[in-house]
Ligand binder design. Sequence first.
Ligand code: AMP
Length: 482
Amino acid sequence: MPRTRFVLNTFKEQIVSIENTTTETSASFATLGLNPAILKAVEESGYTTPTPIQAQAIPEVLAGHDLMASAQTGTGKTAAFILPALHRIAEPPVVRSKGPRVLVLTPTRELAQQVSDAAAKYGKNMRLKVVSILGGMPYPLQNKLLSSPVDILVATPGRLIDHIERGRIDFSRLEMLVLDEADRMLDMGFIDDVERIAAATPATRQTLLFSATLDGVIGNLANRLLKSPKRITVAAQKARHENIEQRLMYVDDMAHKNRLLDHLLRDTELSQALVFTATKRDADDLADNLMAQGHSAAALHGDMSQRERNRTLLSMRRGQVRVLVATDVAARGIDVAGISHVINFDLPKFAEDYVHRIGRTGRAGASGIAVSFASNRDTPHLKKIERFTGHSIAAHTIAGMEPRFKPRPQPASPRGKPGGFSRHTAPDSRHARPEGGRREGHSHNRFDSSAPRHGGNTATPGQTRRPASSFTLGRGHNSGNR
Ligand code: AMP
């Protein structure tokens, strides 16, 4: 059972902190007080037991409280806010207008798509219109979508601000504002946009904030936007990755990395893989190189149009693409059940991204394998990741492909943990061209300069050209925005 205690924190009021140290709950969805149409859809999804974040958050939200919850992707957090949001929408609106009744802000388009899909899935037995307003999509279509009544609006902050400034959104009947992955929105520089959007909504709204962490800047933001929030913390993500086997492979150089990757991808146990590179250009180059080697591969990164990104993800979901090469930003929110392997071709720049990356496999209870390549000079960075996760990643080798170099021994861990964590680590200088950075052309492919070039980065044999989604779920429609 959850432990409930009162804590004093930086907030003016005492707030309730419910800490759950387990990943199991004994509650059933039926006891949460949700509308029967929603319960039926949840049942039809095959979910029988609420996850801890759902069991704790849903009753608080239904009771009308503001909420700040520390829960990461993979915990079932999307349903934790979408189910009570739908419950509200099942009731008639208090104010008559065409504006949205629920607004969900997400850091990335992929996460927005996932939220829209969840709303469609759990709201399929209701009359419901969900609209996504995302960057990279045509304005005229978005204007049209906003011109008739909207129930749930899912948006990335930048594009929504554009519409607000043009006076195209009426927030007069907004009842609920959800900030999903608020920490990531702040990391991506959206804090001013988020505050401006919140300021454009009615003060009477209910506000829910979901974030990996609730401290520091997030705490300050919550202090400004939330009223007497309930606070919920679910078990840390690191405790939730028991179903993912984490492996480390030391690499000598790029040629060695490429050989290992090719070998891993030829494993028949691997159904689908998500391969992470540090930069967009590397994602393109590596996908091209893998295709040249005969793999069914595609790239996914922030330089691609939303249509291309949707199309690529749909191909992945349909199993038409086996290997997706992605950057961190684009991979956020990917929820493809068939991903059996995550391969960190390049280690993530930030240790917390490691947790997000490996969480792309082992979805919804399945098991998964996460392989990280690391060279000798990655050792300090690797230790940062291990310190963050509290988990020492076991080194693996493949017979005949062992590394020549011997990893540098690290100073003993201050906490005496395996892995010998070093407290003072040098910054990783390899990531000079991050996802958000400037693109410098495609003159050199660091993976294989002899690889033949391909015209497109998402083309694979048999791949569909049909767009992955439309932008709206029409009233009475069940799967309009899939
Ligand atoms: P999220 O943390 O929202 O990204 O959800 C992670 C995954 O868990 C998604 O594939 C959901 O469809 C799935 N999920 C959500 N709620 C449940 C539940 N109560 N039982 C089992 N799986 C769930």
